[in-house]
Each structure stands twice: as structure tokens, then as C-alpha cells.
Design a protein around this ligand. Structure first.
Ligand SMILES: Cc1cc2nc3c(=O)[nH]c(=O)nc-3n(C[C@H](O)[C@H](O)[C@H](O)COP(=O)(O)OP(=O)(O)OC[C@H]3O[C@@H](n4cnc5c(N)ncnc54)[C@H](O)[C@@H]3O)c2cc1C
Length: 454
């Protein structure tokens, strides 16, 4: 059954040149780069803080997969890590990670960064309508306690992770696995207090050892826990006994855009968190006295809608290291896809050749292999002045499991923000800008981009 909502007029709250929706890794890259191009830029974020999954799901160890590979974060992502470290020296006693944020400090750091970079910010601004006419997006509608308000813009960049703006603008999309539309599981993360840091660290990294042990116990069918999660990754461990991130609770077969599925996922994950906490207390020395400090504020997703763009990046492209003349990011080749089928975990890890249909895919970085992301993946079909960045760009499901890497999301954001600036400067559609010029600016900003795209 449908009902018709009567047309009503709503206030235009503001008009800007570049409007970025979503304040996660991609949105930060997009907003900072558009503002640096000299354009009046605003960022809208539905939550009360910035950082996306890094702060909302405690994913503080963003680039764990780069450890020892010779690759590092590029452009604004690299600038942020270095600058953040100066402002907030680490309290982490674990060795070996390339970099770890303290997600609560990162919230403050990002607030300050956007102020310094002259980006206007509106938190608590949920966007679910786009103002589109004649193939152009004129702005968006935010839902506020004061009712809906319109923000107008010349160019909009969708960095919502879920492609909410593109969806509202009528852009076609894919979601989940090609065969059945299933996404990777959603996760609510756990933060613990009261770990025995001295004990855990007395013979090296005791948390790493617990992760290894849990995986062994899971595979041997010994845990007796209802959650189908074979891994137990941890974040920072501090002298104060805080384990900042336990990435365990996984709820499967959820549509990340459906409120009923989200409700089920949040509730299921909370129980899984209690289960794993009790399991650790009962079985793992050093964890006996832990308390739950917090559960992350909202269930987080690794994939969701992927918008239909002018080009769709495929696993064949990334495996074949396909070269693109409009390449805007070269990034180490790896894939990390939690299986959408919980039962498959019992059968062991999947392989890339299974295309996401045979279990969890994890392909680490090997040699100096890298993938190329073409600019056209950021350009949605049908709407001329809309760009998309982050995990919802145009890609197939397995390729997305590499594209979703946090620092790559900041890079695609940076490319989108720079492209928006070039489009405004040239008075042309983002689809018509010079990709040579775009690449040159990104390269000057710290991106590694091979001369010929080859
Ligand atoms: C538990 C977990 C562990 C992970 N581990 C890793 C890891 O170790 N390494 C790694 O590289 N990646 C990891 N990922 C994936 C990574 O976090 C994401 O791929 C990445 O954060 C995507 O960045 P993004 O900016 O595209 O989207 P997000 O981080 O999802 O940010 C989107 C932002 O947009 C806002 N938003 C959404 N919809 C709207 C709307 N309609 N209106 C206004 N604002 C909106 C959100 O509140 C959010 O702030 C993990 C993800 C999860 C959930």
C-alpha cells in the first residue's frame, strides 16, 4: 500500500558550491580537497561526529593490511595520519600495526581539521531526498528536528557509504553479491576496560596470540558460540587496560538500508558481544577482569549499495592489473570479504576464484601488485553534476572488497573533491573535465600515479 504525501514548500537553508554528504573517510577527503580548490564547501553528516566507520565502528587500525608491504596511505589520508600523530601521541602498547587512531581523539581532530580547512559542517543532518531536474542535482533535503530543510549546491558528492544521495536521485545501483544480493555481515564492535596489560604483554603481543587461539578453537568447533565469526581481531591495548576494538559480532543476511534488518542486526550483535565477552573472561588469562566499556554506537557495514557509474571496476580488471588512462588511484591489490553465507565459514576460507561464493576471501598484498581505479567509477550514470566516492563507487562485489579500504576511500574522496573543483573552475560537467589535469593535481598532492597510467 502507498500513500501520497502532499507537496509542501520547505526552507532553503543554505546554498554552497560543493556539497559533500557523509563525513567518513571518503567525505573527509572530498570536502578538504574541494575546499582547497578554493570553493565554498559544506559537509553534511547524519551522526553527531565525523569519521564514519573509523569512529562509529572503532575501526582504528585502518591500514593493517599494509604492514611490511612498502605501501602507505597517500594524499590527504597520509597527511591526516602524520598530523594526527603529532597532535595525539599514541597510548597503544601493542607493537607492529602500521598506525592506530584513538577514535575518540580522532573525532576532535577531524572537527578541528574541517575548521582549519574552511569546510562548513552540519552534523545531525540526515539526507534522504535529492532535488533533481533535467539530469542535474540542485541540492538535497536534510531531515532535522525543525522539519525538512533544503541545501542547494552546484555539485554534490555522495560519500554516504550506502549511496543514499545517488539512490534518491534515481541512479541505478547494485547491492551485495551478484547471485543473490547478499552483503557482507554487519558488525557492532566492542570496547573493553580492565584487561591485564602487563600480563598480556609479558611475552610479546598477547592479544595477537588470543586471536590465533580463538581462530583455532572456532575451527575445531570448540567455542560453542552462536555467532559465525572465525576471527577475533583486536585494536589498541593501553596501559589503562583498555582494548579499544574487538571486531567480533557479525549479523548476516542483512540489507544495510532496511530498518527492520538493521534492528535485527543491532539486537543480534549486542547478544553476540555479551557472548564473546563472557567467553574471553572465562577462557583467556589477562581478560578475567574485563568490563564492557562500550558497544559501538551503530552497526557498521563493509559494503552496501554500489552505484552504477560510467565504468564498473571488476575483479578481472583488478586481477589483470588493467591500466586506465583516467586512473585516479593506484592502491595495493588485496581483497577482504567476509562471507555473506555464515555457514560457509565451517568449510574454511574461500578463495578469490570462488568469486565470493565459497566463503571468506582474504588475499593479502603480495609483491608490489596494485590496482587502478578509473575516474569514471566515481561518475554516476544519469545525473551530470553528482559524484560518488568511498565504498559505494561503481565496482563489482569482489572488487569492492579491495576498494573499501579506508585510505583508498579517502583517496577516491580526494579525487572527487578535486574533480568538483575542476568542473566549477572550467564551467563544465564533472564528466567533461580533463582527467590529465585531475591526475596532475592528485599527483602533486601525494598520489602515486604512473605517468601513462601504466
Ligand atoms: C567492523 C568493520 C571493520 C572494518 N575493518 C576495516 C579495516 O580493518 N580496514 C579497512 O580499510 N576497512 C575496514 N572496514 C571498512 C571501512 O570501514 C569502510 O569501507 C570505510 O569506512 C568506508 O568509508 P566511506 O567514507 O565510504 O563510508 P563510511 O565510513 O561508512 O562513512 C559514511 C559516512 O556517511 C554518513 N552517512 C551515511 N548516510 C548518510 C545520510 N543519508 N546522510 C548524511 N550522512 C550519512 C555516515 O554516518 C558516515 O559518517 C571495516 C568496516 C567495518 C564495519
Amino acid at each position: 500500500m502507498n500513500i501520497t504525501i502532499p507537496a509542501r514548500s520547505i526552507p532553503v537553508k543554505e546554498t554552497v558550491q560543493v556539497l559533500v554528504v557523509g563525513g567518513g573517510p571518503a567525505g573527509i577527503g572530498a570536502a578538504v580537497s574541494a575546499s582547497r580548490m578554493g570553493f565554498d564547501t559544506m559537509l553534511l553528516e547524519k551522526r553527531g561526529f565525523l569519521g564514519g566507520n573509523v569512529t562509529a565502528s572503532y575501526v582504528e587500525t585502518c591500514n593493517y593490511f599494509m604492514k611490511g608491504t612498502g605501501f602507505g596511505p597517500q594524499g590527504i589520508a597520509g597527511e591526516i595520519e602524520a598530523d594526527y600523530d603529532r597532535a595525539y601521541p599514541s597510548d597503544d602498547v601493542r607493537p607492529g600495526a602500521p598506525h592506530r587512531f584513538h577514535s575518540e581523539c580522532l573525532k576532535v581532530y577531524l572537527d578541528d581539521l574541517l575548521k582549519r580547512e574552511k569546510v562548513k559542517l552540519k552534523l545531525h543532518s540526515f539526507v534522504n531526498e535529492a532535488l533533481v531536474s533535467d539530469g542535474l542535482i540542485k541540492g538535497v533535503v536534510i531531515q532535522t528536528k525543525k522539519g525538512p530543510q533544503a541545501i542547494q549546491a552546484d555539485i554534490v558528492i555522495d560519500c554516504t557509504g550506502d549511496g543514499d544521495v545517488a539512490f534518491a536521485a534515481g541512479v541505478p545501483f547494485e547491492q551485495g553479491r551478484e547471485r543473490d544480493g547478499l552483503c557482507q555481515p554487519g558488525t557492532v564492535s566492542l570496547r573493553l576496560a580492565g584487561a591485564d596489560t602487563a600480563f598480556l604483554m609479558k611475552d610479546g603481543d598477547g592479544l595477537r596470540e588470543l586471536s590465533r587461539r580463538f581462530n583455532e578453537e572456532y575451527r575445531a568447533g570448540k567455542t560453542g558460540l552462536p555467532c559465525y565469526r572465525q576471527d577475533l581481531p583486536f585494536g589498541r591495548l593501553t596501559q589503562a587496560g583498555v582494548v579499544s576494538y574487538v571486531n567480533y559480532a557479525c549479523s548476516y543476511r542483512l540489507d544495510p538500508t532496511d530498518p527492520d534488518d538493521l534492528t535485527r542486526g543491532e539486537q543480534e550483535c549486542r547478544h553476540f558481544i555479551l557472548d564473546i565477552w563472557r567467553y574471553m573472561k572465562d577462557n583467556y588469562p589477562g581478560m578475567e577482569k574485563t568490563e564492557i566499556a562500550s558497544m559501538s554506537p551503530e552497526i557498521g557495514f563493509r559494503d552496501s549499495r554500489r552505484i552504477k557509474g560510467e565504468y564498473r571496476l571488476t575483479v578481472e580488471d583488478t586481477e589483470g592489473r588493467k591500466h586506465f588512462e583516467d586512473c585516479i588511484a593506484e592502491y595495493p591489490r588485496f581483497y577482504d570479504m567476509l562471507t555473506p553465507d555464515p555457514m560457509m565459514l565451517k568449510a574454511g576460507d574461500g578463495e578469490l576464484s570462488g568469486g565470493g561464493y565459497r566463503g571468506h576471501i582474504y588475499e593479502p598484498i603480495v609483491d608490489q601488485r596494485y590496482i587502478e581505479v578509473p575516474y569514471r567509477c566515481l561518475l554516476p550514470v544519469n545525473v551530470d553534476n553528482l559524484l560518488v566516492a568511498g565504498r559505494c563507487i561503481s565496482a563489482d562485489h569482489v572488487a569492492e572488497s579491495g576498494v573499501r579500504a579506508i585510505s583508498l576511500c579517502t583517496m577516491t574522496g580526494q579525487a572527487a573533491g578535486t574533480a568538483a573543483g575542476l568542473s566549477l573552475r572550467g564551467g563544465c560537467s564533472p564528466k567533461k573535465i580533463s582527467t590529465g589535469e585531475l591526475r596532475a593535481i592528485l599527483k602533486a598532492g601525494g598520489f602515486r600515479l604512473s605517468e601513462t597510467g601504466a
